[in-house]
Design a protein around this ligand. Structure first.
Ligand code: ZN
Length: 415
């Protein structure tokens, strides 16, 4: 399988790009190799695709429910009761719809935290994207659920997945929903399986206060005490961290998945991005679920990340375009061990093509700034993941069928 992109703007120059199997093999002007697929990109730029490091994909089925409520009220009144009625079929169809939205906005990878994972795995396999998938540890401090979750989390690692585009991870919902016993089990499992650990942490002030009451120390200190932190641990949100917690995160090279839209929308607070980056902390970007965003587009996330950083720090130098773009691309990919997120020979062949004649990308003084601040999905014409075109000229396979099947599954399941 080979692919040749002709005459694209790549790293600031008009060039061709040749993909063999799933890697970028060659970038230079006038490549004359034969390829199975040849794409003329004369009016286009070729850029890294996006890596969404924290989401709940199938929550697209809950988009628009319980608006204007705070996190706890929203979870207990609107989200959890409806999630209890969701069927595996709805999770499958909602995952397909979410992936469709992600592809159309240039995302090729998402780190997911949800349930009925075989359904999401099937959707990822069929639609050609990458994902980090886990069985979520969450027992609400009920000992029966603790044992049940342990079994499910263990057996997830004993079941093969259909594609190497899927990374099996360990997830714990958060310190306010997971017992110490289940947390310690998850941390051991993560180490034993040499994989990643994905946790909601310090999203709200309430959560930090609850942790102090339960354990007598802060969330990050408690996670550190359990030896849960390190470069393979991804903390989603991390909005409310003390000075000491920030030092621990930097020292242990723990990764943060910043979700600025969800944090602003649920009025959870603004993460001090500038301070974290200055400390050398790896910050990546996630959309969170569509029920609290309400979009899965990393384009919108980048813009709000930049604006939120400037506003929070009261500093025009905060949330720089180059930092924000790197968080959405290279930092997200490398956080999950993917040799991708930039355009270079030898890297995994994940990229997007953008239409330079789209009014939102004109004039071309600063293409990255245009991507962060003015682009929407209509600018992205083509998406390649793992060497395969999964969107061409804005067409994704089976789009009509995906939307129809989702609507039918939603009607059957919830109403
Ligand atoms: Zn979340």
């Amino acid at each position: 399988m080979s692919l040749l992109i002709k005459n694209a703007l790549i790293n600031g120059k008009k060039q061709d790009l040749y993909v063999y199997q799933n890697r970028i093999q060659h970038i230079s002007p006038n490549i004359s190799k034969q390829a199975d697929d040849v794409i003329d990109a004369s009016q286009k730029a070729l850029l890294p695709a996006f890596y969404n490091t924290h989401t709940h994909a199938a929550m697209v089925a809950l988009r628009g429910l319980g608006e204007d409520k705070e996190l706890n009220e929203w979870l207990t009144q609107d989200i959890w009761p409806r999630e209890a009625k969701m069927t595996p079929e709805l999770i499958y169809q909602a995952s397909r719809l979410a992936i469709l939205e992600m592809i159309k906005s240039g995302t090729v990878f998402f780190s997911d935290m949800y349930f009925y994972m075989p359904e999401t795995i099937k959707a990822v396999d069929e639609m050609g994207v990458r994902a980090a998938i886990s069985v979520v540890g969450m027992d609400l401090f009920d000992p029966r659920q603790t044992q049940e979750k342990k079994k499910q989390m263990r057996s997830f690692f004993e079941t093969p997945v259909p594609t190497d585009r899927i990374i099996k991870t360990v997830a714990c919902h958060g310190l306010y929903t997971v017992s110490e016993e289940l947390f310690l089990f998850a941390i051991n499992l993560m180490k034993e399986q040499k994989t990643f650990l994905h946790i909601h942490a310090a999203e709200t002030k309430q959560e930090t206060e609850d942790c102090s009451q339960r354990y007598g120390i802060s969330i990050v200190e408690q996670l550190n005490k359990w030896h849960a932190l390190g470069p393979k641990t991804i903390l989603a949100h991390a909005v409310h961290l003390s000075e000491k917690e920030r030092e621990i995160i930097a020292d242990t090279q723990t990764v943060i998945a910043h979700c600025p839209i969800s944090n602003l929308k649920l009025n959870s607070g603004q993460m001090p991005l500038d301070d974290y980056l200055e400390r050398g902390i790896t910050v990546t970007l996630g959309t969170d679920g569509a029920a609290s965003n309400n979009s899965l587009s990393m384009l919108g996330e980048m813009k709000i990340a930049a604006l939120s950083a400037k506003n929070q720090a009261n500093n025009i130098k905060a949330g720089k375009v180059s930092d924000i773009f790197r968080m959405a691309t290279r930092s997200g990919a490398t956080a999950f061990g993917l040799d991708a997120g930039d355009i270079r020979e030898g890297a995994l062949a994940d990229f997007i093509l953008v239409d330079l004649t789209n009014p939102l990308l004109m004039p071309p003084y600063d293409l990255t700034a245009n991507l962060v601040y003015s682009a929407d999905s209509s600018c992205i014409t083509d998406v390649c993941c793992n060497g395969k075109m999964i969107m061409k000229e804005r067409t994704v396979n089976q789009e009509k069928e995906i939307k129809k099947a989702f609507t039918e599954a939603l009607e059957k399941s919830i109403q």
